[in-house]
Design a binder for this molecule. Structure first.
Ligand SMILES: Cc1cc2nc3c(=O)[nH]c(=O)nc-3n(C[C@H](O)[C@H](O)[C@H](O)COP(=O)(O)O)c2cc1C
Length: 658
């Protein structure tokens, strides 16, 4: 049977060559003048080259940002003036070269950027009970209420921008009416933000008015045959206070259908209140949000697009076959591997580098994809094939081995443990972060397919290295957790990595020292252990370096902060328990003697005491091997303790130059 993903989709004048799309992602490069530059064009061309049918650009600005809003200048392309048309024309040409179609999403306004349909406080007293969440993106500036003149001005700006997109050769435009407080139109739609009493507030008809008027004006600007799409919020993920799936079916889709849109791109979430529907963390099952597209499909005959952590073409195909959507966006997936579709077509499914949903950049600093950034070191065949020894088989070491082999070097990789993966394999064994296994699978398969000479349980010693006589040594021996003096040799003490790798040895009563280990703590609690986290810092240090919505999820679970939505059970849990400003005074067998910031002491019995604090570079091997080959490099954690991205990128920077 012919797969559905291969079928073209005709929407008025636009023929999408297949059923896969790149939805708008505000991660495309922006030129100095706010419009596209050569890097932007190459960025979009790379997506089209990979075979995705519909390429949408990140939300463009229809209105010049007010002075001071420099953030938008950096991440959102400007199309509020005709001067930007030639740049967009170049993107359209570049995308068309590969047979894909190009669309421009138009967005603007909303409480997140300082203007809303009505003023806070919103139903759950947005700021009243918040503490750390303010740091997570809630608007901190006064919100201005749209006047009727402002509404008209915005609607006209959408229409003028749509016409510019059409003139630039775009195949469609998409009106952004989603993500709650992130959007002018969605915030008008949402009963959560819209408390107006004029013709733009109150009833559904009134709240829909700004969107319906915008659709009409855009239609008038671009003509009847030009495809006009709308991305709307099918579920604001804040329960009855916001837009619900029932509203989608009863009010939103019928109104937009009648207003004359040509296709529905259904997403979910609210950038201020439920960001996990937009920047979807790895904790949320793949494809979990397809229900919103499915709901829309029940009430319209027009094409419906589905989105949300879909990383496998097989899943896209299944949703298409089941009639849940007519096109599937796999957006971050085309960031972590722009060649996804091509590899699938070539029967190289196992070589696809699947997005892990880590949110550690989502775009140009994608930790898995070094090439996504603006100025990567180019991949060129090596001038001379060298004998390369990579010491350490974590992700940095494997990536270095992969790149060096692809360039024509002869690579051996030695790992002292029985398995590859290093610290990332520990993360992959933690329930909440198990998606990291995707990356390990990818690199492991690459090692096999590229025939890298991989040796596990093999330590690098000087005699062995002297026998091999490498021209280049790349040391990637990672880092180790530092065990504080007070815990050294104590029965039941494990470091974080050891604990992940040897979970069967973890007892029932677990204390974790270090507030960064929130994902491990939650995973162990969900596995039935009684977990207490302790740390010397306050709330701001809990999961401190976690990216965006991963932190949001964890904080909501562990702290008593104001929240309105239970997507997965996210009411504060009592297990794990978190104790701030807490230090270990002494340890006796099976008991921790703790002291808090006020000097209050407590004894906490434990079976397992997990240490997750500082890490130290394992640079001993590098020091030993320095001078043992003409070129010796030290990359990743063994050079400087950092994150996955730093290890993978350092591997590329070295392996592309040797
Ligand atoms: C960094 C980032 C930027 C985004 N920018 C936009 C945007 O400009 N407009 C929009 O409608 N959605 C935006 N989204 C949402 C994505 O289009 C998409 O719905 C989301 O990433 C989920 O799909 P995925 O799991 O396939 O990536 C953004 C998401 C991320 C992570």
């Amino acid at each position: 049977m012919q797969m559905k993903v291969f079928e073209p989709l005709q929407i008025k004048t636009m023929k999408i060559p297949n059923r896969l799309g790149l939805s708008s992602l505000l991660n495309n490069p922006v030129g100095e003048d706010g419009g596209p530059d050569a890097t932007t064009i190459e960025w979009f061309e790379a997506r089209a080259r990979g075979g995705v049918g519909l390429v949408l650009c990140g939300a463009v600005q229809p209105i010049a940002p007010p002075p001071g809003m420099t953030m938008w200048r950096r991440i959102s392309l400007a199309l509020y003036d005709d001067q930007y048309i030639p740049g967009f024309q170049k993107i359209a040409d570049a995308v068309h070269k590969h047979g894909s179609v190009f669309g421009v999403q138009i967005a603007g306004g909303g409480p997140m950027t300082g203007s809303g349909p009505s003023l806070p406080p919103y139903p759950d007293q947005l700021h009243a009970t918040m503490t750390v969440t303010d740091a997570l993106g809630a608007p901190s500036f006064p919100i201005r209420e749209y006047s009727v003149a402002d509404i008209e001005f915005s609607e006209n700006a959408f229409a003028a921008t749509a016409l510019r997109a059409k003139k630039a050769g775009a195949d469609c435009v998409e009106i952004h009416c989603t993500h709650g407080g992130a959007s002018f139109l969605c915030s008008f739609l949402s009963p959560y933000y819209n408390k107006r009493t004029d013709k733009y507030g109150g009833s559904w008809e009134n709240r829909l008015r700004a969107s319906v008027e915008t659709i009409a004006k855009v239609r008038q600007a671009v003509g009847k045959d030009f495809p006009v799409l709308i991305r709307f919020c099918g579920d604001q993920l804040i329960g009855e206070k916001g837009i619900t799936v029932a509203d989608t079916m009863k009010y939103i889709v019928p109104a937009f259908d009648e207003a004359g849109v040509d296709a529905f791109d259904v997403s979910q979430g609210d950038n201020i209140r439920s960001v996990e529907g937009i920047s979807i963390p790895m904790y949320i099952p793949r494809g979990a949000f397809i229900y919103v597209a499915e709901a829309a499909k029940k009430v319209t005959k027009k094409p419906v697009f589905g989105v949300g952590r879909i990383v496998e073409i097989e899943m896209a195909e299944r949703f298409l076959q089941e009639g849940k959507a007519d096109l599937i966006f796999m957006s971050r997936q085309f960031t972590s591997d722009p060649e996804t579709f091509k590899k699938f077509l070539a029967g190289k499914n196992d070589e696809i580098r699947k997005c892990v949903g880590c949110l550690m950049g989502c775009g140009r600093p994608c930790p898995l994809n070094y090439d996504i950034q603006d100025a990567p070191v180019k991949m060129t065949p090596a001038k001379k094939s060298k004998k390369v020894l990579v010491v350490g088989g974590g992700v940095g070491g494997m990536e270095a081995a992969r790149i060096a082999t692809l360039r024509g070097h002869k690579v051996s990789l030695w790992e002292k443990e029985p398995e590859l993966g290093g610290m990332v394999s520990a993360l992959a064994k933690t329930k909440l972060t198990s998606e990291f296994q995707n990356f390990l699978d990818y690199l492991g398969i690459q090692m096999r397919k590229l025939k890298v000479d991989v040796r596990v349980c093999k330590e690098a010693t000087i005699p062995e290295v002297e026998v091999l006589k490498p021209d280049v040594i790349i040391n990637a021996t990672g880092s180790s957790m530092v065990i504080p003096e007070i815990a050294k040799g104590v029965p039941g003490v494990m470091d974080h990595i050891e604990a992940c790798k040897n979970q069967r040895a973890i007892g029932q009563r677990v204390v974790i020292w270090g507030l960064v280990a929130a994902e491990l703590a939650i995973s162990l609690a969900e596995a039935g252990k009684d977990v207490i986290m302790i740390g010397r810092g306050g709330e701001e240090t809990l999961a401190r370096d976690y990216p965006g919505s991963r932190r949001w999820y964890v904080l909501r679970k562990l702290l008593d902060i104001n929240t309105v939505r239970e997507l997965t059970p996210q009411k504060k849990v009592s297990n794990p328990q978190v104790r701030f400003f807490t230090d270990v005074e002494s340890i006796t067998p099976g008991v921790l003697h703790l002291v808090d910031g006020q000097g209050a002491k407590s004894d906490v019995p434990f079976d397992t005491f997990i240490i997750s604090r500082e890490r130290a570079c394992n640079n001993g091997v590098y020091e030993m091997l320095k001078g043992k080959a003409p070129e010796v490099f030290n990359i990743g954690d063994s050079n400087k303790v950092g994150d996955i991205k730093e290890a993978v990128w350092a591997a590329n920077e070295v392996a592309r130059k040797i």
